[in-house]
Ligand binder design. Sequence first.
Ligand SMILES: Nc1ncnc2c1ncn2[C@@H]1O[C@H](COP(=O)(O)OP(=O)(O)O)[C@@H](O)[C@H]1O
Ligand SMILES: [Mg+2]
Ligand SMILES: [Zn+2]
Length: 511
Amino acid sequence: MLTKTFGSAVQGVNAYTITIEVVVSAGTLFYVVGLPDNAIKESQQRIEAALKLRGYRMPRTKVVVNMAPADIRKEGAAYDLPIALGILHASQQLNTDRLHEYIIMGEMSLDGNLRPIRGVLPIAIQARKEGFKGIILPKENAEEAAIVNNLDVIAVASMQEAIDFFEGRLEIEPTKVDTRDLFLHAVNKYTADFADVQGQENIKRALEIAAAGGHNVIMIGPPGAGKTMLAKRLPSILPPLSMQEALETTKIHSVAGKLAGGGLLSTRPFRAPHHTISDVALVGGGSNPQPGEISLSHNGVLFLDELPEFKRTVLEVMRQPLEERRVTISRAKVSIEFPANFMLIASMNPCPCGYYNHPEKECVCGPGVVQKYLNKVSGPLLDRIDLHVEVTPVTFDQMTETRKAETSAEIQPRVDKARQVQEMRFKDYPDVHSNAMMPPQMVKDLCEINPAGRMLLKTAMERLGLSARAYDRILKVARTIADLAGTEEIQIQHLAEAIQYRSLDREGWAG
Ligand SMILES: Nc1ncnc2c1ncn2[C@@H]1O[C@H](COP(=O)(O)OP(=O)(O)O)[C@@H](O)[C@H]1O
Ligand SMILES: [Mg+2]
Ligand SMILES: [Zn+2]
């Protein structure tokens, strides 16, 4: 007898329906065809053990399991449940005519209990698209799948519950989550507040600009100046996630198995990987390609603290994704893409000892060392960072000042307003959401400057020895500053401020 069940395979952030055909006939073999990996072969053992323990039997005849299409890589043990149910049905131990209505996924332990799987959100999205009535999956994954409307999410704890459900002995109410409601009442989970930082008004201003325009930013300053403290407060002033962005980001976290039982992500991610991270962990990859930190930061922030400490190769592999806002991983047969539209915030000391340019302390680095230190990051990354901010430690007087600093809740609405201006500006450009994302031609069209501004920019570029690549960056930042000020025109003071944020481009900055 031939039985068909349906599972799903995830490639990148997309899912593809897998048809599992089970044939039981004369003979004594068990085999699986359709390019499965070892995990699927091992599933035979788990399935056999679970069937026995639950009073069912593995047919003592020939069992062929065919998983199609063959050219889609099927990884992991997540097909245990659809294979087991297929075998039971093909050998007349499961009596139902509803198997074809559901995508069925779940890894089984030897006793038939189910373990959570990865990539449930893309699987659920695909299931609905293809008109399946529902999806049968482990309990832990239910909320994640329930993000998708109009799909019956049937959560089961074990193979037995799935059997009982199909045979009509067990009614299971589909899991429902009011995603929209959860989303609208989401509270920002980032509680570190800018009010904790004394002084540093100019740095806070730079971070406000960065948040408003989605600009990458680097902070340079001695140890203890407050760089880490400031960076950790950036998420508290970011604009809220849109529903579309939330779905995109949640999909990536779902594929990475990082949702930990939760549903839709409602705040922008803030990822701060340690500098010992590998290339693959940062940009993604592996034999069954998984998203890396840059994709987990999609629509949020990637914080690279102590940038020069990261391996040079790590900084180099980030270069292209930073430009393209996605990462492409090529494998023999397919090339897989993960979105990676993140805002980079980096910090660094100005030199190995940390005290180059320090107002009081002496730098003990030898000649050439400072430049060499800077070069480590300049090639791969500095070109792609709009704002360079020099952080000097607050003075004792500033530290002990009793005047209350502005709270994140006071700053955030200004960021929000500037983002709304940008949303209007880019409404006809689906790929551009912020000033930082403007391609060169758009910068030309949308960042017009008057003759006085042109004069200022020309003088600045000559006097400070700014490179041509700094030019577009200055215009984009000036555009954001004008948006924060609520003016359509980029005025001379907006340009002047933007020029200040190019300190690392200056000729002779380090020597
Ligand atoms: N402006 C400031 N206001 C309040 N505390 C500060 C400030 N700057 C530094 N600190 C204190 O100094 C500590 C060290 O700052 P940190 O952010 O780690 O510096 P950096 O990363 O530049 O080495 C902070 O945890 C904080 O307690
Ligand atoms: Mg630090
Ligand atoms: Zn030094």
